[in-house]
Each structure stands twice: as structure tokens, then as C-alpha cells.
Design a binder for this molecule. Structure first.
Ligand code: NAD
Length: 524
């Protein structure tokens, strides 16, 4: 059991990161309460599954309508609790979830339907094969604070529509948003025991991993993901791990500098750089390096930093002081080792406790933390390269492999390079926005995780595959059963020739030799 987490004592607090205002205090769910929640979920799940997929789809449809009606209110709540500008909350959280619901409404029925498995093995021809997709039972979901609505919602919708019950442990920093998600789903018709939220910190997460859940979908840091994987391995608990990223952006020599620099600035600073898909490393062809870096610095300096509730703001606060200190440490390490700060590189204490100026760094190297570890803050480090091969090597020189982007006027060249980058997603001429494509699988390679969420692959993670094999001739003993002997061996050699010999002649001789097997005597 993972035990290396010091629990907060009794209570956790939801705080507005822009103002420091305490939004609400919560009692931490104890281990006993988490175990009891999972037991209730087990008891409630069969009836939810028994409703059938069409009914569950209707509930999702109702949820979608309720969310649509309250879109702005929910976006405001996300901004108050997580700090991002309201329009980002609307686009990257509410809209993503509305579209994910649309995707599940449109695709779940066909996906969950039994599927015939035609086969070619002649000796098995009396069998009909069927694939059935069955819910795991209870899915545990542990989610982070940076997308406090869209991450737990997309995973929860997929789990529910497939017939599972869910016990969700949201980040201790964004409990209010998770409770609002649950309230919408309950109102839409999901029974309370089929979706439960257990409020708490890492200790609550540990309790959930150790409870009798049937699968865990975890989104968070690599360090926590590793600890969870160890605990899960001990009892072979299946897990999906959506972990951190250090996404590279490759700007090729034919890229449009104005477009690519605007893309870099948005993808590095949206959500104050606190996105798993943020551009965290930028590699630019030497011939564009100076104008591109200058354009990024100029555009970064134009961004308006402040409270996300103000519609004129581009970049909100970091989530808390700890996150801010992490960003400062990365920038300081880069500075000490020779990086040049083109803009930013300072706290914006004039705005409040958790603000940091959008920062562009030049002359960075792979020896610096800023190019190796996830920064999760508003920093864009830029490094030059000479050849496409070198750019690919730099992109792949990382423990992470969540996503990447290639920027070029030549799409074919971009796509060819994209195939050589080790990542779960590579975008050509855009970054981050793949999260808004509900059909696209989301997930990483290397330390960025295991498994996928979103799209059909995300649904696939929520079901167990069963192969249902039904023999059409119940009154007949199978030819391969006992009663072996010389003649049976010869017949079977003939049968193998019939199926796999290259020449027609040998196949025909094999057919004649094996024909007798149908009348084989002496079967036990
Ligand atoms: P975190 O790992 O600190 O916490 C994530 C969740 O795990 C929280 O709910 C937390 O309470 C819980 N937790 C902490 N310790 C635990 C333990 N020992 N056992 C079980 N649960 C535990 O991550 P965070 O700071 O909340 O989120 C930021 C990280 O998440 C970044 O690394 C980011 O890249 C990553 N992330 C990844 C994706 C993705 O889809 N790949 C998406 C968003 C965020």
C-alpha cells in the first residue's frame, strides 16, 4: 500500500488563486468513507448497467442540455476556483465536455453492441464468435486541478455510458467544481450511488486506489502516477495513467514566423502554462531564431495578466504559491546556467500572490531543468537547431512523450516529421487544441503515461472485452478431442496441408487425407 503521503488534517480548503478568498472548507473523506462509497457503488452498478445503453445515453443527453443552459455560470465557477480566464474555462472545459457528451451520444450504442467475430479456421467452422463489451463495475477516477471540469467529466461520461459506476476523487484544490459536475449529472438522472465524489487530498486518493475498485483512471503528475502504478501492480488493478508532459514545438525553416510565434505564445501561456499539453520546449530553425524569439517576446509582453474574472485578461494566476516557486526555480536555474530572459522572469506581486509574468527565454540548453522537467507555468524557452534531423533528436530527447507540434508551410513535410516524434499526439501547425477533438485519443508514451482517454479508445478503456464462443453442433464430439493415434495424426497433417500448403496439389492431397477425420472412430 502506498503510504508516503502526509494527509492534511481533517479539512481541505478551496481558495480563489487570484484573490486568496476562501471559497469553501471541506471535511476530508476518511479511508472508511472511501471504502463505503466504493461498496455503495458496487451495489448500485448492476441496475445502472441493466438500464441499457439507450437509457444511459438519454441521461447523458439531459446532462448535455443542463450544462449548456448553465455554461457561463459553470465557467465562472471554474475561473474562481482554478484562476483561468473565463473564456478559456468556457472553451477548454465547458465546450470540451459538451462535445464529449455529443460524441458519446452518437457513438456509444454502436460501440457497445455485440460484434460478430468471423473466422477462417475450417476446423472451427461450427462455432460462432461474438465480442461483448462489459463494464468493469466500479471505476475510480483521480483527477488534477488544472482542468478541474473537463478532465473528470470526460472520463466520468465515458465510464457511465459504458455502464460503470464511478467514484471520483478530484484535486483537493478544486473540489467545488467537481461537486458541481456531480450535481449536474445527478440532476440529469445518474443515481447518487452510481456517481459519488470523495473529497480529499493524496491520502484520500491512496484510499481509493486501495479500495475494491475494478479500474483506476488517474490524471496527474508522473511522481504520483508511478506510486499509484506500484500499488496497482500488487493487486493487478488495471490503470490508465494520464501524466505530465514537456511538449516540444518544432518551427521549421519555412514556417510563417507571425503565425508560429502567435501559436507558441498561446500554447505556452494559456491557463498560465498549467496544461499537460502546454508547449514547454520550443526549437526553431537557426535562420528564424532571432526574428521568431523577438516576436514571441514582443507578443508575450503584450499579454494582460490578472484576475480571470475580468474579460479583458489573457493570463490568470498560477494555482498557488508552491507552483509559482517551482516556476521561479526553473527560471533561476536557467538564468544561472546562461539563459537570457527576453521578457518576464519576475513575479507580478502587484497583482496578487500567485501571478507570474509570461516569460520568454533564449539560449537554453538540455542541461537546464527548464528543458528537462515539467515547469507547468508561463515560460517559453526557445532553442535553435540546424537540420530537421537534429530537431527530431532534440524533441525525442526527453523522458516525456505526451504531445508535440511541427510548424511549416509544407504540410507533407510536417506530417513526415510528425511520424518520427515519440509522442501520443503530434499536431502540424497547431498545439494543445487536440484536447478539443472529442474523436481523438488523448494520452502519452514514455513517462507521460499508459492508456488513452477520449474518443473510441477512451471508451474502450471503460469495458472488459469478452469473447463469447458458441458451438452450433451441441450433439457432436469435436474432432480434436481424445482418441489420438497414428491415423488421426496423419489426418491432421493432411488438414494442416489443406489449410497452409502453398500448392493447390498439396492442398488437395491434404483434403483427401484429412476427410476421414469426420468419421473418426474411437473418440473418447
Ligand atoms: P498530482 O499528481 O499532485 O495530483 C493529482 C491527483 O492525485 C490529485 O487529486 C491528488 O490529490 C491525487 N494524489 C496525490 N498523491 C496521491 C497518491 N499518493 N495516491 C493517490 N492519489 C494521489 O498532480 P496535480 O498537481 O494535481 O496536477 C498536475 C499534473 O497533472 C501535471 O504533471 C500535469 O501534466 C498532469 N496532467 C496530465 C494530464 C494528461 O492528460 N496527461 C492532464 C492534466 C494534468
Amino acid at each position: 500500500m502506498a503510504t508516503d503521503f502526509k494527509p492534511a488534517i481533517g479539512k481541505i480548503t478551496s481558495v480563489n488563486p487570484a484573490t486568496g478568498e476562501v471559497l469553501r472548507e471541506f471535511m476530508l473523506a476518511t479511508k472508511t468513507e472511501v471504502f463505503a462509497a466504493v461498496d455503495r457503488a458496487h451495489a448500485a452498478q448492476p441496475a445502472w448497467h441493466g438500464l441499457g445503453v439507450r437509457q444511459r445515453i438519454n441521461v447523458l443527453d439531459e446532462f448535455r442540455q443542463l450544462l449548456h443552459q448553465r455554461k457561463s455560470e459553470i465557467a465562472r465557477l471554474i475561473t474562481r476556483e482554478a484562476g483561468k480566464p473565463q473564456v478559456e474555462a468556457l472553451l477548454t472545459e465547458v465546450l470540451v465536455v459538451l462535445d464529449a457528451a455529443r460524441f458519446y451520444l452518437e457513438n456509444s450504442y454502436a460501440f457497445l453492441r455485440d460484434q460478430n467475430v468471423p473466422h477462417r479456421n475450417l476446423v472451427m467452422k461450427a462455432k460462432s464468435g461474438l465480442l461483448t463489451r462489459e463494464p468493469y463495475g466500479v471505476i475510480g477516477i483521480i483527477s488534477p486541478w488544472n482542468y478541474p471540469f473537463s478532465i473528470p467529466a470526460t472520463e466520468t461520461l465515458a465510464a457511465l455510458v459504458a455502464g460503470n459506476a464511478v467514484v471520483l476523487k478530484p484535486s483537493e484544490l478544486t473540489s467545488l467544481t467537481a461537486l458541481e459536475l456531480a450535481a449536474l449529472l445527478w440532476k440529469a438522472g445518474v443515481p447518487r450511488d452510481v456517481l459519488q465524489v470523495v473529497i480529499g487530498d493524496g491520502s484520500t486518493g491512496i484510499a481509493l486506489v486501495n479500495a475494491s475498485i475494478d479500474k483506476l483512471v488517474f490524471t496527474g503528475s508522473v511522481a504520483t502516477g508511478r506510486r499509484i502504478a506500484q500499488t496497482a501492480a500488487a493487486r493487478l488493478l488495471p490503470v490508465v495513467l494520464e501524466l505530465g508532459g514537456k511538449d516540444p514545438m518544432l518551427v521549421l525553416d519555412d514556417a510563417d514566423i507571425d503565425v508560429a510565434s502567435s501559436g507558441a505564445v498561446w500554447a505556452a501561456f494559456m491557463n498560465a502554462g498549467q496544461a499537460c499539453l502546454s508547449v514547454e520546449r520550443c526549437y526553431v530553425h537557426r535562420s528564424l531564431y532571432q526574428p521568431f524569439s523577438e516576436a514571441c517576446a514582443r507578443k508575450a509582453a503584450q499579454l494582460r495578466v490578472g484576475n480571470g474574472m475580468d474579460p479583458e485578461i489573457d493570463v490568470g494566476p498560477l494555482i498557488n504559491e508552491r507552483q509559482l516557486r517551482n516556476v521561479e526555480a526553473h527560471v533561476e536555474d536557467a538564468r544561472v546556467h546562461g539563459a537570457r530572459v527576453l521578457t518576464g522572469g519576475v513575479r507580478r506581486s502587484d497583482l496578487g500572490q500567485n501571478f507570474y509574468a509570461p516569460t520568454v527565454l533564449a539560449e537554453v540548453t538540455h542541461e537546464m531543468h527548464i528543458m528537462r522537467e515539467e515547469t507547468f507555468g508561463p515560460v517559453l524557452p526557445i532553442m535553435p537547431f540546424e537540420t530537421d534531423n537534429r530537431a527530431v533528436r532534440l524533441a525525442n530527447d526527453s523522458d516525456y512523450g505526451l504531445a508535440a507540434s511541427v510548424w511549416t508551410r509544407d504540410r507533407a513535410r510536417g506530417e513526415a516529421l510528425a511520424r518520427r516524434i515519440h509522442a501520443g499526439t503530434v499536431m502540424v501547425n497547431d498545439a494543445v487544441s487536440c484536447f478539443g477533438v472529442s474523436e481523438a485519443p488523448h494520452g502519452g508514451v514514455k513517462s507521460s503515461g499508459i492508456g488513452r482517454t477520449h474518443g473510441i479508445f477512451g471508451l474502450e478503456e471503460m469495458v472488459r472485452i469478452k469473447y463469447l464462443d458458441s458451438d452450433r453442433m451441441p450433439g457432436m464430439k469435436r474432432v480434436w478431442w481424445y482418441g489420438y493415434g497414428e491415423s488421426f495424426t496423419r489426418q491432421m497433417e493432411g488438414f494442416v496441408d489443406l489449410m497452409f500448403a502453398r500448392s493447390w496439389g498439396k492442398q488437395l492431397r491434404g483434403a483427401l487425407r484429412s476427410a476421414g477425420v469426420l468419421k473418426r472412430k474411437g473418440k473418447i
